[in-house]
Design a protein around this ligand. Structure first.
Ligand SMILES: *Cc1c(COP(=O)(O)O)cnc(C)c1O
Length: 432
C-alpha cells in the first residue's frame, strides 16, 4: 500500500503496525556527501528515498525546508562524546521533528476536501508538538486530550494556548482515560463524517523523519572513518527505531544504546531473553519516558525475526544474539539522573533536562563496560520545560524555553470534559 494510506490510517485494520516493505540503502559515497549539508538538505536526501514516488522533489524540498527552519546544534561534551540538541523546535522537544513533517506531508497528500480531524491523546510533549504543527493548516482540525492532573504547569500552558483550528480538552482523568476515549472514537462508525486520523507514536509517518538526524549527526561528527555509538533516551522506542533503520540503510552505527529510566523491561529482556511487560509504568522524573510495554518494540521484534503481540506476549522470539550485537540497553535510576544533571553542570557548564541526562548516564555506563570510541547522545527536551525538577537539583533557576514568551501572549482556550464517552462524542459532533 502507499505511504499516503499508511499515514492517514495510522494503525492497520488488523491492529498491526505499518513498516516499509523494503529499506532503501545509501552508498558510502552518498553518506560521505552529506557532510556540510544543512539539516533540510539532509532530510530531503534521506526522505526522498522513501517518498520519491509519492511526492515531487519540489514539494518534498519545500516540506523539509519549512519544517526544519530551526537550528539543530551539536556540542562536544568531552573528547569522545557529543550532544545532539533536538530541543530547538517551537515546542522544545524532539517531537517537533516528526509533528512538523507530518502536518506538512498530510496537508500535501490529502485527497479529499472535507475537514480532517486529528485526534491526539497526550501525556505532555506530543500534544503540543502536533497542535503547533497543525495550527493554521487548512483542511485540518486538531483535538487534543490531556489528563488534568498529569502534566507540568508549563506543559499545561503549552497545551491550552494553541488556539485557531486546535481544540484542547482537559480530561478529568488519567492518560489512559484519554487514550480510551480516542480509541473508542476511532471504532465509532457514527463519526465517519469527521474523517478521523491520529498522529500517535505508532504512525509510520512519525518514524521516517526520525531517521534523518542520525545521518545528520554522523555527517557532523565523523570526519574519521570510525562508526558511531548513539545513545537515545527512550520511552515508546520510536525515536531509537529511527537509528535502527538508519543503520540498516547503511549508516555506520557501532552500537545503538537504548537508555531507559526505571521502566526497565527492555534491558531485562536483552540480558535474560524473557520479556515481561511492566504494568503500571513506573513514575520517574524523565516523565515522557514513563512507558510500560513500549509500542514500537513490536517493530524491533519484527526486524530481528520475532513477533510481539500488542499485549506484550512473545509469539516468536527474535534473534537475540543479533539484537545484542547491535543494541545495548540500560536502566538509569532517578538518583543517577539527578547526579548526572548536577555533575554535567559543575564539570561542563551544560544544563541537561532529565531525559537527556538519562542518555548521558547510559553512555557513561556503556564506557564502564569497556566501550571505547565516539558516541552521540540525543538531547530530547529543553531543561526549561522541567523547571521544578531541574532547579531543585541545581539550586538555581533554569532559563525558560524560548517558546514560553510567545505562548503566554495568547489567550487560553480549553474545555473541561469528564471521561464519559457520550459527552466526548457529542462534543466532536457539535464542532462547526
Ligand atoms: C517522547 C519523548 C521521549 C521518548 O521517545 P520515544 O520515541 O517514545 O522513545 C524522550 N524524551 C522526551 C523529551 C520525549 O518527549
Amino acid at each position: 500500500m502507499s505511504f499516503q494510506r499508511a499515514l492517514f490510517e495510522g494503525l492497520a485494520p488488523d491492529g498491526g503496525l505499518y513498516m516499509p516493505n523494503s529499506l532503501p540503502t545509501l552508498e558510502r559515497g552518498e553518506i560521505d556527501a552529506l557532510e556540510g549539508l544543512s539539516y533540510p538538505e539532509v532530510a530531503f536526501r534521506i526522505l526522498s528515498k522513501y517518498l520519491g514516488d509519492e511526492l515531487t522533489e519540489e514539494v518534498l524540498g519545500e516540506i523539509c525546508s519549512s519544517a526544519y527552519d530551526f537550528p539543530v546544534p551539536m556540542e562536544a561534551l568531552d573528547e569522545e562524546t557529543s550532544l545532539l540538541y533536538l530541543d530547538r523546535g517551537p515546542t522544545a522537544s524532539f517531537k517537533d521533528f516528526a509533528a512538523r513533517f507530518m502536518s506538512r506531508t498530510m496537508s500535501a497528500m490529502k485527497k479529499y476536501d472535507e475537514l480532517t480531524t486529528v485526534l491526539v491523546a497526550t501525556s505532555g510533549d506530543t500534544g503540543s508538538a502536533v497542535g503547533e504543527a497543525f495550527r493554521g493548516v487548512d483542511g485540518f482540525r486538531v483535538v487534543i486530550l490531556y489528563p488534568a492532573r498529569e502534566v507540568s504547569e508549563i506543559q499545561r500552558d503549552q497545551l491550552e494556548r494553541i488556539g485557531e483550528n486546535v481544540r484542547t480538552l482537559r480530561i478529568d482523568g488519567q492518560f489512559d482515560d484519554c487514550q480510551k476515549l480516542v480509541k473508542e472514537a476511532f471504532l465509532d462508525r457514527g463519526l465517519a463524517s469527521l474523517k478521523l486520523t491520529s498522529s500517535n507514536s505508532i504512525n509510520v509517518g512519525r518514524i521516517l523523519p526520525q531517521i534523518v538526524y542520525y545521518f545528520y549527526a554522523w555527517a557532523n561528527v565523523c570526519t574519521a572513518e570510525e562508526p558511531l555509538a548513539f545513545s537515545v533516551p527512550s520511552g515508546n522506542f520510536g525515536n531509537s527505531l529511527g537509528c535502527e533503520l538508519a543503520r540498516r540503510m547503511g549508516l555506520p552505527v557501532r552500537k545503538l544504546v537504548l537508555a531507559v529510566n526505571e521502566n526497565d523491561e527492555f534491558p531485562e529482556f536483552l540480558s535474560s531473553g524473557e520479556y515481561v511487560p511492566l504494568s503500571p509504568s513506573r513514575q520517574c522524573i524523565s516523565n515522557a519516558m514513563n512507558v510500560g510495554n513500549p509500542s514500537n518494540l513490536a517493530r524491533y521484534f519484527d526486524l530481528y525475526g520475532g513477533h510481539l503481540l500488542p499485549n506484550g506476549t512473545v509469539k516468536r522470539a527474535p534473534d537475540l544474539s543479533a539484537m545484542r550485537k547491535h543494541l545495548w540497553s540500560v536502566s538509569i535510576s532517578d538518583e543517577e539522573t539527578r547526579r548526572t544533571i548536577d555533575q554535567t553542570y559543575t564539570e561542563h557548564n551544560t544544563i541537561l533536562d532529565p531525559h537527556g541526562a538519562v542518555g548521558v548516564t547510559a553512555v557513561r555506563r556503556f564506557r564502564e563496560e569497556g566501550f571505547e570510541g565516539k558516541a552521540v547522545v540525543l538531547v530530547t527536551a529543553h531543561p526549561g520545560k522541567f523547571p521544578e525538577t531541574v532547579s531543585t537539583i541545581l539550586g538555581e533557576n533554569v532559563e525558560a524555553p524560548p517558546f514560553l514568551a510567545h505562548i503566554v501572549e495568547r489567550s487560553p482556550s480549553v474545555e473541561r470534559l469528564s471521561c464519559d464517552y457520550e459527552q466526548f462524542r457529542t462534543y466532536l459532533l457539535d464542532q462547526p
